[in-house]
Design a protein around this ligand. Structure first.
Ligand SMILES: O=C[C@H](O)COP(=O)(O)O
Length: 303
């Protein structure tokens, strides 16, 4: 028994600490069946139409939301108002809260100061590492993460290096995410794949796998700034990678669809998909978030 645990631990440590390109290639050489994806999508859409009639499910959606503002003209007043809203989004029930607020690094200190002043408790997510393009030197991306954490971010949403991904250089993608995970310290790392720029579902799977191997706590679809953001199709592929990792290691990685999710029914389609692929145990804010700037209004309207 002890030696089984020992070999499991060494397998797991190996997977976490080195990037073996041959192992990686073996693991990611798979195709996705478009008929299966269409079937799963139809099922999720059907289930979402049922879920949207349930007040309990709608309230759960609020708890999954990373209430986001990511605009060039964000100010202290805008992010503090966002925080006020995220801690008390539903007037009829003070226990309902969003999963986090999500802001640019330069606004984290404003959020933290307001949180302290009001005595709130909520996760503060900051995008970082040259969000949304990632087209910056690694040193500056790492420093940005460290500064956001020092200012009070408890969750860091980084972007992968799409130039490396599109050059099929998955070692670089892995090494950079690993360095970013280390720069996060105790903050959780959400790794954005920017799937709308990855050109193929196989690349989405490779990006998911490299990010998971590198220690990401969550994988996230999109920045909200790509031409194509979250879709059910790429989500299915990412969830398949999370499922495979769980089968191999027993570890649970979270999932965050983001970008362009505006209605309760759309949000619940992702809920239904997660339930279908990974099971109900993933449906809590420590393993499932939805990144959205304008979803909350529609959810409140339906309550
Ligand atoms: O991570 C969150 C996204 O940037 C939000 O995108 P959205 O403004 O389309 O809802």
């Amino acid at each position: 028994m002890v030696s089984m645990v020992g070999s499991f631990l060494s397998f797991f440590r190996d997977y976490q600490q080195r990037f073996d390109l041959a192992d990686f290639e073996r693991e990611v050489s798979r195709d996705f069946d478009s008929q299966e994806i269409t079937k799963v999508t139809e099922e999720a859409e059907k289930r979402a139409k049922e879920l949207v009639t349930s007040k309990e499910e709608l309230l759960k959606v609020i708890g999954y939301i990373d209430l986001t503002t990511l605009a060039g003209d964000d100010t202290k007043d805008r992010v503090t108002a966002l925080l006020d809203r995220a801690v008390a989004p539903y007037a009829k029930d003070a226990a309902v809260k969003c999963g986090a607020v999500c802001v640019y690094p330069a606004r984290v200190a404003d959020v933290k100061a307001h949180m302290k002043k009001k005595g709130y408790k909520l996760n503060i997510a900051s995008v970082a590492a040259g969000f949304p393009s990632g087209q910056y030197r690694l040193e500056s991306r790492l420093l940005e993460i460290e500064l956001a954490v020092a200012d009070g971010a408890t969750e860091i949403d980084i972007v992968i290096n799409r130039a490396a991904a599109l050059d099929d250089d998955w070692t670089t993608v892995y090494n950079e995410v690993r360095a970013m995970k280390s720069a996060c310290g105790s903050a959780h790392l959400k790794t954005i794949l920017a799937t709308g720029e990855l050109k193929s579902l196989n690349n989405v799977y490779k990006a998911s796998w490299a990010s998971i191997l590198a220690g990401s706590d969550f994988i996230k679809t999109s920045t909200g700034k790509e031409t194509v953001n979250a879709t059910i199709e790429v989500s299915f592929v990412m969830l398949s990678a999370i499922k495979r990792w769980h089968q191999l290691t027993g570890k649970k990685v979270g999932f965050k669809p983001a970008g362009g999710i505006k209605t309760a029914t759309e949000a619940l389609t992702y809920v239904a998909l997660v339930e279908k692929v990974l099971g109900k145990e993933w449906l809590n804010p420590s393993l499932f978030r939805i990144g959205a700037s304008s979803l909350l209004d529609d959810v409140l309207k339906k309550l």
